[in-house]
Design a protein around this ligand. Structure first.
Ligand SMILES: *Cc1c(COP(=O)(O)O)cnc(C)c1O
Length: 370
């Protein structure tokens, strides 16, 4: 592996986190591996999650689902977001379940099922108060009716009813009780209308951990599988961050007092000092908003990035400490060695840990261990 920056992904942490979540929720787990498993590598993570007892996998798009199938993964698999033009025929042939939140999509799934030669397996999406995908209470009866009609015709099988929480990381938020009640109501409506779902599911990571009334038949954790606390304001249940991003010092040199560092000279050395160059930049997922803010572990200590993060590199001012070309730099990780975590980085730049790990650049190799 020649690229200087790499993401080590500890699959044993993934397995431990899946087991912890299944135990905490007391429910089967659909491991959410969308967006290349939040940047961790979808295929190895999916296999690890299944090894640890996850019974389902979830992704956003059909193409992500087909990539898992192409890798030989046969577990039940839900593609939750089906935009116009998605290759539903290929998905249905590959036994990928489809999240269906509109009558348009019921029709498309039914037509694709005829072409695929087998029924489309669908999960009806309820909008219980997030105003994202799915039908609101007003549109729900028509969606249920259309799906039941397609089921009676043999082109669709209604496998699930599902929805998504907007504020599960804030258990006191008024929307939590509202969404929980709306889901129960919409499930009841569909069941009274004749739907016999195998799975009713609502809970993402934070809901699975903190909101027992959202657990229903299966939980859909994402971020917690990767070991990142879904609700940093609430206690961490003992998750282990799976990803450690490291790089290597490529240049270490003395510069005089008053040297401007990186673009715009946002940082100037206060005295003669050693600067170390680290070959990771915003193309690799180091947020440029973290210029002069983010801390990395280098030459035995946590050090703040000096000046601007460039596309491919950033600079550290290590003072008179010993540092040499080839020394390891830890950008973030589980924190065991004193390095920052993805959650620390997120808080420092005003985002969530989800974005820090998911936006890791495509040129950073993911190296799986454990
Ligand atoms: C991403 C996603 C999840 C997982 O959310 P986390 O907060 O990462 O646990 C669950 N369900 C749906 C529909 C999602 O889009």
């Amino acid at each position: 592996m020649t690229h200087p920056t790499r993401a080590l992904v500890d699959l044993s942490a993934i397995r431990d986190n899946v087991r912890l979540l299944a135990e905490a929720a007391g429910r089967p787990v659909m491991a959410m591996v969308k967006a290349d498993a939040y940047g961790h590598g979808a295929v190895p993570v999916a296999r690890a999650a299944l090894d640890a007892g996850a019974t389902w996998l979830g992704v956003a798009f059909a193409d992500e689902a087909l990539a898992l199938r192409a890798a030989g993964i046969t577990a039940p698999l839900l593609a939750g977001v089906c935009p116009p033009g998605a290759d539903l025929v290929a998905a249905i042939k590959a036994e990928v379940d489809l999240g269906v939140g509109s009558i348009r999509l019921v029709r498309e799934a039914a037509d694709a099922a005829v072409a695929a030669g087998r029924p489309a397996r669908v999960h009806l999406k309820a909008d219980t108060g997030m105003s994202r995908g799915g039908q609101t209470v007003q549109g729900w009866p028509a969606l249920v009716e259309a799906a039941l009609k397609a089921e009676a015709e043999g082109s669709v099988r209604i496998i699930g009813i599902w929805s998504h929480m907007a504020c599960s990381d804030e258990p006191e938020h008024p929307s939590v009780a509202g969404q929980t009640a709306a889901f129960a109501e919409m499930v009841r409506y569909a069941e009274n209308a004749g739907v016999r779902p195998e799975l009713r599911h609502l809970a993402n990571s934070s809901a699975a951990l903190h909101l027992p009334d959202t657990r229903w038949d299966l939980v859909r954790p994402g971020i917690a599988i990767y070991g990142l606390n879904p609700a940093p304001a609430l206690p961490d249940p003992g998750l282990r961050p799976a990803m450690t991003v490291t790089s290597t010092v490529t240049v270490a040199k003395r510069v005089p007092k008053g040297s401007g560092v990186s673009y715009g000279h946002q940082y100037t050395t206060e005295r003669e000092t050693t600067v170390a160059l680290v070959p990771a930049g915003y193309a690799d997922g180091v947020p440029r908003a973290g210029s002069g803010i983010l801390e990395v572990l280098a030459a035995g200590a946590r050090r703040r990035i000096a000046g601007r993060v460039c596309m491919d590199q950033f600079v550290l001012d290590v003072g008179d400490d010993a540092v040499a070309e080839g020394d390891e730099v830890v950008l973030f990780g589980p924190g065991d060695r004193g390095e920052a975590t993805a959650t620390d980085w997120a808080e420092a730049v005003g985002t969530v840990s989800y974005e820090i790990v998911t936006r890791l650049g495509g040129r950073v190799p993911r190296v799986h261990t454990g």
